[in-house]
Write a protein that binds this ligand. Structure first.
Ligand code: NAD
Length: 497
């Protein structure tokens, strides 16, 4: 019998009373390794009620004590990094190295959350008027919620709850139903780190549970990461209900290759950033834009990508794992077929990929198209598979025009030896995260994760100072103290100030 994933409500891991359960499968074998409940109405209500009650006391806990919970949590996550990565690898199929990276990027956010006292500091100005001072405080909002995708089951929950809770809020997490075991382990360790009862709750399920959080009047802010249509829906419904919403969505990330770039660096970096993690990264490079004579390198890029193979999480020779589900495999393969029909040149074909000893895995081999044009579906759609589309342009200006016309704006990179070309690209490109000779420019947590255009709906981004603003309110005080022995009491003040 497979493991039943518990809910986490009011400081207890509880068995759901749900009659609906979602199978969690190992994508390399299709073995059902667990079942996640679809939380019932009363379980959802209990989670919100507990989070609301816990907020009353948690917000009064001194900020340095809240920071210490994060310090202990960081230490525990580091101690258990490999164990968490193993759970993660089994439910996502990621290679062990990649799974450890997923956990590590989350640990870095917890480190950032441990700096919460200085992040919360407000502003002060003395003598805004005669003998009057103004100063601001940062106060928590109340109950916040987070809905996370399957592709980073450690990092993305850790983008959210540690910072929200460090700010003094309480938090309800609704992880992806496709890989709920990793977040469960993260939450067990959070409890072990000394997080008081009720500050964090976990509900499992799908649309119905998300809608409950979107509509519940006690939920003040909602963080979402996932696909574009769901992000747009969540942003609209949440904001209509008067909530603060940040919704991170899909992408189509371009890498611009100038002819003066270091060819070997370009090839090595394109392999990892396009097919690594089976292309299931929102910052994966899915379009390589070869400028001028750089197009001569396309055959060598294709040759290098053709050499890498997917495999099991613990196979040290595997470059990446399976895609998450049979449906995802079918979708990626259908897009490859469509690209071929639309006239792109299929240089490396990853369809019908087999891995020895694992006949049921959702394997997609590395795939490379050249002669891709912007009207093709393989260019327009986020494939979310190990597929690189190569395209050619004549100049840096043409590359900028192509990238800026794309509706997404999550990440981009340029490979060049020219500072002037890099400066022009970084300045003119309409994308929120730019790498210069770095393929996947994911900012560290003291910056923010700043996707633009249809890759992000909202104002304040994940982690960094922006997340602290997202999870808090600013209260500004204007104060005057009378020295009654010294000052004479003035008459009535008739001005509006
Ligand atoms: P998804 O949108 O299918 O699911 C994300 C979450 O939303 C899950 O918890 C799911 O249960 C819930 N959900 C699904 N359908 C819903 C609906 N109709 N109403 C309400 N909630 C719903 O995304 P996914 O397939 O798990 O993740 C992959 C996507 O996430 C890709 O598009 C990827 O680019 C994107 N992503 C973006 C970022 C970023 O920072 N921009 C990071 C990681 C992943």
């Amino acid at each position: 019998m497979s493991k039943k994933v518990p809910l986490y409500i009011d400081g207890e891991f509880v068995a759901s009373k749900s009659e609906q359960w979602i199978p969690v499968t190992n994508p390399a074998t299709q073995e059902v390794i667990a079942e996640a409940p679809v939380a019932t109405q009363s379980e959802m209500e209990a989670a919100v009620e507990s989070a609301r009650e816990a907020f009353k006391t948690w917000k009064e806990v001194p900020v340095s004590e809240r920071a210490r919970v994060m310090m202990r949590y960081q230490a525990l996550l580091k101690e258990h990094q490999e164990e968490i990565a193993e759970i993660l690898a089994q439910e996502t199929g990621k290679t062990f190295e990649d799974a450890k990276g997923d956990v590590w990027r989350g640990i870095e956010v917890v480190e950032h959350a441990a700096n919460i006292p200085s992040l919360l500091m407000g502003e002060t100005v003395e003598n805004v008027a005669r003998k009057i001072d103004s100063y601001s405080y940062t106060q928590p909002l109340g109950v916040c919620a987070g809905i996370t995708p399957f592709n980073f089951p450690a990092m993305i929950p850790l983008w959210m709850f540690p910072l929200a809770i460090a700010c003094g809020n309480t938090f309800i997490l609704k992880p992806s139903e496709q890989d709920p075991l990793t977040p469960t382990r993260l939450v067990e360790l959070f409890e072990e780190a000394g997080a008081p009862k009720g500050v964090l709750q976990v509900l499992h399920g799908n649309k119905e549970q998300v809608d409950f959080l979107l509509d519940h009047p006690d939920v003040r802010a909602l963080s979402f990461v996932g696909s574009v249509p769901v992000a747009e829906y969540i942003y609209r419904r949440g904001t209509e209900n008067g909530k603060r919403v940040q919704a991170f969505a899909g992408a189509k990330n371009h890498c611009v290759i100038m002819p003066d770039a270091n060819k070997q660096q370009v090839i090595n970096n394109l392999v990892g950033s396009s097919v690594g993690a089976a292309g299931q990264r929102c910052m994966a490079i899915s379009v390589a834009v070869f400028v001028g004579a750089a197009k001569e390198w396309i055959p060598e890029v294709a040759e290098a990508i053709a050499k890498v193979r997917p495999g099991a999480w613990n196979d040290e020779n595997a470059a990446y794992g399976p895609v998450i589900s049979p449906q995802a495999k079918e979708r990626v393969e259908a897009l490859i077929t469509q690209g071929e029909k639309e006239g792109a040149t299929l240089l490396v074909d990853g369809r019908n990929c087999k891995v020895d000893g694992l006949p049921n895995g959702n394997w997609v081999g590395p795939t490379v198209f050249s002669n891709v044009t912007p009207d093709m579906e393989v260019y327009k759609t986020e494939i979310f598979g190990p597929v690189l589309c190569a395209t050619e342009v004549d100049s840096l200006e043409d590359a900028l025009e192509l990238v800026n016309n794309n509706p997404y704006g999550n990440g981009t990179s340029i490979f060049t030896a020219s500072g002037a070309a890099a400066r022009k690209y970084q300045h003119e490109v309409e994308v929120g995260q730019v790498g210069i000779n770095i393929p996947i420019p994911v900012p560290l947590p003291f910056f923010s994760f700043t996707g633009w255009k249809r890759s992000f709906f909202g104002d304040l981004h994940a982690y960094g100072k922006q997340a602290v603003r997202f999870y808090s309110e600013t209260k500004t005080v204007t104060a005057r103290w009378f020295e009654s022995d010294i000052d004479e009491v003035a008459g009535p003040n008739m001005s509006i100030n």
